[in-house]
Design a protein around this ligand. Structure first.
Ligand SMILES: Cc1cc2nc3c(=O)[nH]c(=O)nc-3n(C[C@H](O)[C@H](O)[C@H](O)COP(=O)(O)O)c2cc1C
Length: 322
């Protein structure tokens, strides 16, 4: 069994992984031969993510981060494939190995962030593109580069259609409001959710913040915001998967985190324009119209920009299954 302090160090790194609405829908347990990462369904998003697709992508991100951290602390880390689909629990088998090379992505776990500001107009260098392409290693997962305004514009109708469907659903807004944090005090106290400064909003407190979302954030205002972001974007990447099940979602998350850490290493910002992947009718239409072979799982914009406020995390003790 790994020593308690190594387990805690691995979990402290793993919780830095991204998750939809920063729900951090994971629980960790120490096992005889490794670590288990389990879904915490009390943190699911029934409206934005009704089949827990993004929840399992988030768990995959946490698993990849845990494996990188484990290698940094001198342990071989491997997924136990038999357990991967057992109630969605991910098992990582660990064994001590003092001869391991330090994983270079470890130092990018803390500085990685979802950066939602506008990106500069310099195109992504060919050298960086070459480093990003081979990141996807799992069978059945693919990464597509969408470069240039003409190609990006083809995604706009699907992004806008999904935005209209989400924003005209009052339950979507209410669920979002539950995870928005309009004061630093609340964000720090809860250690989760979307802190206003991370999404480029002011922090006027809960009552005024919710009032703004209820009455001033509309289909049109969101369309304008998305359009502005996409006009300032030279490149999108799309993760697709051959199947659309637990295993594919977890594998997508594993690759997403490796991708996000590599972007951080290269000084590239990334953020999500996932809307057309989130609504099944829109996703299926986009898949058919564009002749995509895989299921679109994530749509991400890439570019160069300054860092934003970092999002908060819950305490390690709160995510360990006792
Ligand atoms: C599966 C998944 C889906 C996400 N979808 C969105 C999204 O649609 N829009 C967005 O702004 N951020 C999205 N995010 C980013 C999360 O909101 C972000 O990871 C979380 O707030 C924590 O912040 P951090 O990534 O800066 O640590 C997504 C992240 C994951 C893992």
């Amino acid at each position: 069994m790994i020593p308690e302090e190594v387990f805690l160090k691995i979990v402290r790194s793993a919780v830095k992984a991204p998750s939809g609405h920063n729900t951090q829908p994971w629980l960790f347990a120490k096992e005889e031969d490794g670590i288990c990462i389990m879904p915490d369904y009390s943190r699911s998003l029934p409206i934005a993510d009704p089949i827990n697709r993004e929840l399992f992508i988030s768990l995959g991100c946490a698993a990849e981060t845990a494996m990188i951290a484990a290698r940094f602390y001198g342990y071989n880390a491997q997924l136990n494939n038999d357990l991967l689909v057992n109630q969605g629990t991910i098992k990582i088998i660990l064994s001590k190995n003092d001869a391991l090379e330090q994983p270079e992505l470890f130092s990018y776990i803390n500085p990685r962030q979802t950066t939602r500001n506008l990106y500069g107009d310099s195109p992504i260098s060919a050298d960086d593109l070459i480093k990003l392409k081979p990141i996807v290693k799992e069978a059945g997962i693919d990464l597509e580069f969408i470069i240039g305004q003409d190609k990006i514009n083809k995604f706009l109708p699907y992004i806008f259609e999904a935005n209209t469907m989400q924003m005209s659903n009052p339950c979507f807004k209410h669920e979002l409001m539950k995870w928005l944090r309009f004061s630093e005090k609340e964000a720090l106290l809860k250690g989760d959710g979307l802190y206003a400064a991370c999404i480029g909003m002011p922090s006027p407190g809960k009552t005024i913040g919710n009032f703004i979302i209820e009455y001033f954030v509309t289909i049109k205002s969101e369309e304008k915001r998305l359009q502005k972001q996409l006009v300032a974007t030279n490149m999108l990447v799309m993760f697709t998967s051959e199947n659309n099940d637990f295993l594919s979602w977890i594998k997508t998350g594993i690759n997403l985190q490796r991708f996000a850490l590599t972007c951080t290493q290269l000084g590239l910002s990334h953020s999500y324009v996932n809307l057309p992947c989130q609504i099944s009718q829109v996703r299926d239409k986009m898949k058919n119209d564009m002749g995509l072979t895989g299921f679109p799982q994530l749509l991400i914009r890439l570019g160069y920009s300054r860092k934003m406020h970092f999002s908060f995390r819950r305490r390690v003790n709160d995510v360990i299954l006792k």
